[in-house]
Ligand binder design. Structure first.
Ligand code: NAD
Length: 465
């Protein structure tokens, strides 16, 4: 049984549904495969209409979906509303992408026509995390459907209610069996990887690697977006107050539970003034019930996540670090922990180099810009990095050297433009990029078609006439 409960009020059971067995997953994949044949070969206009209808269905349920997200994963209301708006934008965008070119015509080496044409792969098996319960399923499913595939999605157990409601809304315009949700945990996910024709995963690095290994073993194309340990570099010329406020929000907003959250702050030069401003900005954030519009830091998703943040802060101190604020379990119902800032944590300590998915950040000084870049690049992950400066030459030089799939200058590590490619470097990603035009490459394969003139007498006197 999958039981999803509210992080701010663990007694509030949001949804209880049976776990999907491997047999049931296989049946869902078979039904999706039958439905996909007509969908993939059918008119692009039909896919556009269905996706546009899905966008309107989600838009029509905006308030309900935002409230459900707040309740089920503890996302602060403003961020939940933003995510619903983004989900609608993603569906509208891909409703138009169905009309994008799907190939190119080439000069034939002898005669006739030579062209490429992208075709759907079949059933896309999508495995998603709980932290963007609407946007991540849709930024995978919308392009998969737009380019002619069917979708079977295994949501994170902690976000099952949002996924189930999304399926109900999409069923009003997407034909039957083309978008199926299979609630479950690891066993359900493994069965989906075994049955699908293409696999897209977002989640933790350890699970992502096992999904990539299984899909590759089965000869199935796979992409995996995994954890980050994202740095923000602050140069001496950056505006202290606004930079501190932006980094505090990027590190602690939604209790730090974004793959793009800032996890390390690297300050070039004397860190004292920036450190004080950062601590003040973190302490000014509003901790509380995520349903309150003013709240910016809600609870973390579950008890073990809260304990991991508190235990990591304590371990950082035990290793010689200094706790500047937060780090303790809060004495209130729900999985709340104080947003933590630490400094002087050794660089090779897990807190400095492994993702703790919660409101915790480490501060590191760097004597020079070069050292700052070396620190930023000195971890296995490479999802996103930010640099704060008013010096254009420094911004360009640093952007060029950061080992990250996304680089932000004077902008938070968080926040993604859905119409551009998204993905990381190093251990953060495997496979092709997601979103924007990049998604077409992943959810299709290229067929090269040679169309030679038929045998017999050729019109206009034959070749070369
Ligand atoms: P998770 O890895 O625990 O779970 C992700 C999904 O995988 C869930 O649906 C889960 O049920 C499923 N799963 C677990 N074991 C499996 C297995 N053996 N085979 C197949 N599926 C399995 O991650 P989470 O806790 O849901 O999400 C948090 C993590 O996601 C963080 O590490 C965060 O950085 C990462 N994340 C990355 C991105 C990105 O785009 N890079 C975006 C959001 C979240």
């Amino acid at each position: 049984m999958i039981r999803s409960s509210s992080p701010q009020n663990p007694d509030d059971l949001v949804l209880e549904v049976p776990t999907t067995s491997p047999d049931e997953v296989e049946k869902a994949v078979q039904r999706a495969r039958s439905a996909q044949r007509g969908w993939g070969r059918g008119p692009a206009a039909a896919r556009a209409t269905a996706l546009a209808g899905a966008a309107e269905a989600v838009a029509g349920a905006s308030a309900e979906l935002a409230d459900l997200m707040v309740r089920e994963v503890g996302k602060p209301l403003g961020e939940a509303q933003g995510e619903v708006a983004r989900a609608v934008a993603i569906l509208r965008y891909y409703a138009q992408q169905v009309f994008d070119p799907v190939g190119a015509v080439h000069e034939p080496s002898v005669a006739g026509l030579l062209y490429t044409r992208r075709r759907p792969l079949g059933v896309a098996g999508l495995i998603t995390p709980w932290n963007f319960p609407l946007a991540i399923p849709l930024w995978k499913a919308a392009p998969a459907l737009a380019f002619g595939n069917a979708v079977v999605i295994k949501p994170a157990p902690q976000a099952t209610a949002v996924a189930v409601r999304l399926a109900e809304l999409l069923a009003t315009s997407i034909p039957e069996d083309l978008f199926a949700v299979v609630p479950g945990e690891a066993e359900t996910g493994r069965a989906l990887v075994a049955g699908a024709d293409v696999v897209s995963f977002t989640g933790s690095t350890a699970v992502g690697r096992s999904v990539v290994a299984a899909a590759t073993e089965g000869g199935v194309p796979v992409q995996a977006e995994m954890g980050g340990q994202n740095p923000a570099i602050v140069l001496p010329d950056a505006d202290v107050a606004s930079t501190a406020a932006q980094i505090a929000a990027a590190a602690m907003g939604f209790a730090g539970q974004k793959c793009t959250a800032t996890k390390r702050v690297i300050v070039v030069g004397d860190p004292a003034a920036f450190r004080d401003a950062l601590v003040a900005a973190v302490e000014a954030m509003v901790v509380g019930d995520p349903a309150d519009a003013a709240t910016t830091v809600g609870p973390v998703i579950e008890e073990r996540a809260r304990d991991r943040v508190a235990d990591s802060a304590a371990a950082g101190v035990a290793a010689g670090g200094r706790l500047l604020t937060g780090g303790a379990r809060l004495d209130r119902p729900g999985w709340f922990v104080g947003a933590a800032v630490l400094e002087e944590v050794p660089l090779d300590h897990p807190l400095s180099c492994e993702e703790v998915f919660g409101p915790i950040v480490t501060l590191h000084p760097a004597a020079t810009l070069q050292e700052a870049v070396e620190l930023a690049n000195g971890v296995e992950q490479g999802l996103v990095a930010a640099v704060y400066t008013r010096d254009l030459a420094a911004a360009l030089a640093v952007s060029d050297r950061l080992e990250a799939g996304l680089v932000k200058v004077n902008a938070p590590t968080t926040g993604v433009d859905f119409y551009l490619p998204f993905g990381g470097e190093k251990s953060s990603s495997v496979g092709l990029r997601e979103q924007g035009k990049a998604a077409q490459d992943f959810y299709t394969s290229v067929h090269t078609v040679t169309l030679a003139p038929g045998a017999g007498e050729l019109p206009f006197g034959g070749l070369g006439a």
